[in-house]
Structure formats: C-alpha cells, structure tokens
Write a protein that binds this ligand. Structure first.
Ligand SMILES: COc1nc(N)nc2c1ncn2[C@H]1C[C@H](O)[C@@H](COP(=O)(O)OP(=O)(O)OP(=O)(O)O)O1
Length: 153
C-alpha cells in the first residue's frame, strides 16, 4: 500500500488548496501532502509536505487527523491510503512552490470540476467537521465504481 498525507488548512469560511504543478494529480486542486519518508511518522510527513508545498509551518498541536481514505485500483496496481489532516493555524507566509500554486477558496465554492473525482464525496463531510473513513474503488478508466464513507462525530 502507498501511504500519503493530505493537509487541509481552514481559516473561517475559507480553505487553502494548491494547484498541483507536476507529478501525480498535475492540474488538479487538492490539499498539500505526499509520501511518507523512511524514519518519518505520518504527522512528521504531513508537517514537512505542507511546508515544502506551501511555505507554511504548522505545529503538531494545530494538526488534527480527521480522515482516512483508501483507494483500490484494478488488479496489479498498488492501493493508496491517504491520511487527511485539518490544520487550524500556522506560521509563515503562503507561497507558490515548485510543486503547488496555493489559493484560498470559499468552502461553499470549491473547484470540484478541477479536483480528484472523489473530492465531491468526502470534502463536504470533512467540511462539516466530522471525522470519517472513506474507501473508493476505481476501474481502469479511473471512474469510481464503488465507495463507502463512514462518519464519526
Ligand atoms: C486518486 O485520488 C486521490 N484523491 C485525492 N484527493 N488525493 C490524492 C489522490 N491520489 C493521491 N492524492 C494525494 C495524496 C498526496 O497528498 C498527493 C500526492 O503526493 P505526491 O505523489 O506528489 O507525493 P510527493 O511525496 O510530494 O511526491 P514527489 O516525490 O514528487 O515529491 O496527492
């Protein structure tokens, strides 16, 4: 299984997303995150990736794990597990980096047409403030063929 972090920064009614400039998900808006390096905990990876991709620094006390998403692909492809975090406060200036172009969005107007297809399903749950576990299965064309989402108050 490939394990990733994904950090969503919220400020009042706004959410910080980044336009991916290279690699997996290029051209899509998403939170900030990536793979976990050796000898790193999931939370350490979340803090590092947020800083690398957006320039801002979050303290561990301002990060809350709010969701786990698993993704299954057609036979032969390695499944993904994504740890989703809420960042409630940070230090530093938000800046464009080699990997991401950050921008604030009103939570009522997310650019779902330019996000991963499953975003329409779990972002509203995340934004409602509950924790969740979600699973998605994709076919070879990248369409979602099955999903589950369980909310936890
Ligand atoms: C397939 O569906 C996905 N949906 C969502 N919402 N997010 C996803 C999906 N697949 C991957 N992601 C997230 C998980 C990570 O936050 C990023 C991908 O990270 P990346 O591959 O860029 O990891 P890095 O370690 O930063 O890669 P480099 O080696 O290029 O630095 O997308």
């Amino acid at each position: 299984m490939k394990v990733f972090t994904l950090v969503l920064v919220l400020k009042k009614s706004q959410i910080l997303l980044g336009l991916k400039k290279r690699g997996l998900g290029v051209g899509k808006w998403n939170g900030f995150g990536g793979k976990i390096e050796s000898r790193e905990t999931v939370i350490q990876a979340a803090i590092r990736e947020l800083q690398e991709e957006s320039g801002i620094l979050v303290e561990e006390s301002n990060l809350t794990e709010r969701g786990i998403i698993t993704m299954d692909f057609p036979k032969g492809e390695i499944p993904f597990k994504v740890h989703v975090f809420h960042c409630s406060d940070y230090k530093g200036e938000i800046m464009e980096t080699e990997e991401m172009k950050p921008q604030w969005f009103d939570v009522q107007h997310l650019p779902y047409d330019l996000m991963w297809s499953e975003a329409r399903i779990w972002y509203p749950v995340f934004l409602s403030g509950t924790s969740f576990h979600a699973s998605f299965s994709y076919n070879a064309a990248g369409d979602i063929i099955k999903h589950t989402i369980t909310q936890k108050p």
